[in-house]
Design a protein around this ligand. Structure first.
Ligand code: KIV
Ligand code: ZN
Length: 397
């Protein structure tokens, strides 16, 4: 089966967004975890942006030897030289050069003609290739670039020595079929070149970053750029954990594998939250607190009978310690029975009915029933102690 490389940009695109900046020590800690997670490339920073960022990339490159390290540079001499300096200690360096190619960016932001853009792309990739074995080129705002010009850009980049062509949806404007079609046209134009990897890089302004990345895979893309917890500019980048799990759960459909160790996903997510102080939303796919929590009685009953009824991934698969049944007003008797059993109680049918009545009454007032509320109810209704010592300990906690 073909494999898709995961290019992680948590430490660059993720880090450059508000509230997510990391110091060198934090970048190294996160980079080690990304290596344990099995990403194929770690983009460690944008060295021209500050001396601190340049040194952080160097430090990451010194500390993490098993994964290629990338550094970003605009198609400008001083950027490329800074990135080359930052990558100097890397075991497997990748220089990542970008230039915006949409007419809007060329005219308004860069004040450049298309010809000047082609010249800058070619000369900066050639400069990079003189120092670094692997050069990736990104056509910033590719999603809004005239397709004919984009094909020309890609040809120039390949001719200059780039071996990875990244076509970002920089502003999160694309929709899946359009984004996939763009890659198909570029691939056809380049005549399906051997040795060139096409790469997707999507932002989530319309909530489509993951869907667009997956559409790109269907169109032959074999590198996806993404971030842990989907952090990144504005609405964020495509979420690494969602892409890795989607490709694994729907492997038959996509026909590709990744090197991601799925059971490291939850730990990676929590580590990033701890470092940045930004918690993930409870309903976030794969790593959110509710991703494996069940409150509705019908769902709880189904899960007790067979988890496949309401879970397409098991919590253990992605490193979540366990699923949880939340006792609330939507909960059912079966889940209550399991919760009581976990606390060491074996209620009779009447006792269960009375506990259920009290739990739902309390849930109506308090929204959720905490473990200690349940213990209190069980004590009152059953007027006896739990049957196991372990249960007593957990109820005391
Ligand atoms: O979104 C984008 O276009 C980027 C490039 C610099 C790769 O982050
Ligand atoms: Zn980006």
């Amino acid at each position: 089966m073909d494999s898709v490389r995961i290019f992680d940009t948590t430490l660059r695109d993720g880090e450059q967004s508000p509230g997510f900046s990391m110091n060198t020590e934090e970048k190294i800690r996160m980079a080690r975890q990304l290596a344990a997670l099995g990403v194929d490339v770690i983009e460690a920073g944008f060295p021209i942006s500050s001396r601190g960022d340049l040194e952080a990339v160097q430090q990451v490159a010194r500390e993490v030897r098993t994964v290629p390290i990338a550094a970003l540079a605009r198609a400008k001499k001083q950027d490329v030289n800074a990135a080359i300096e930052a990558l100097e200690p890397a075991a497997a360096p990748r220089l990542h050069i970008f230039l915006a190619t949409s007419d809007l960016h060329l005219r308004v932001k860069l004040n450049m003609t298309r010809e000047q853009a082609l010249e800058a792309i070619s000369s900066m990739i050639r400069l990079g290739r003189n120092h670094v074995g692997e050069v990736e080129f990104s056509a910033e705002d590719a999603g809004r670039t005239d397709i004919g010009f984009l094909c020309q850009v890609c040809q120039v980049a390949v001719d200059a020595g780039a071996t990875v062509l990244n076509l970002p949806d920089t502003v999160g404007y694309a929709v899946p079929d359009e984004y996939g079609a763009m890659f198909e046209q570029v691939r056809a134009h380049l005549d399906d070149p051997q040795g060139i990897t096409l790469s997707a890089h999507c932002h989530d302004d319309l909530g489509l970053a993951v869907a667009n990345s997956l559409a790109a895979v269907r169109a032959g893309v074999r590198q996806i750029e993404c971030t842990v917890n989907g952090i990144g500019e504005r609405a964020g980048n495509a979420a690494l954990e969602e892409i890795a799990v989607a490709l694994a759960v729907r492997k038959e459909s996509f026909g590709v594998t990744t090197n991601i160790k799925l059971d490291e996903l939850f730990h990676s997510s929590r580590m990033l939250s701890e470092i940045t102080g930004a918690a993930v939303a409870p309903n976030k796919a794969v790593v959110g607190a509710n991703a494996f929590a069940h409150e509705a009685g019908i769902h709880q009953d189904g899960i007790i009978k067979n988890p496949l009824t309401y879970e397409i991934i098991s919590p253990e698969t992605v490193g979540v310690p366990s699923r949880s049944f939340v006792l609330g007003k939507h909960s059912g008797r079966n889940a209550l029975k399991v919760a009581l059993r976990n606390l060491g109680y074996e209620p009779s049918e009447e006792e269960l009915a009375e506990c259920y009545r009290r739990v739902t009454t309390l849930a109506d007032e308090a929204k959720q029933v905490r473990p200690r509320d349940l213990v209190a109810i069980a004590h009152e209704v059953m007027r006896r102690r739990p049957t196991t010592v372990a249960a007593e300990a957990s109820s005391a906690a």
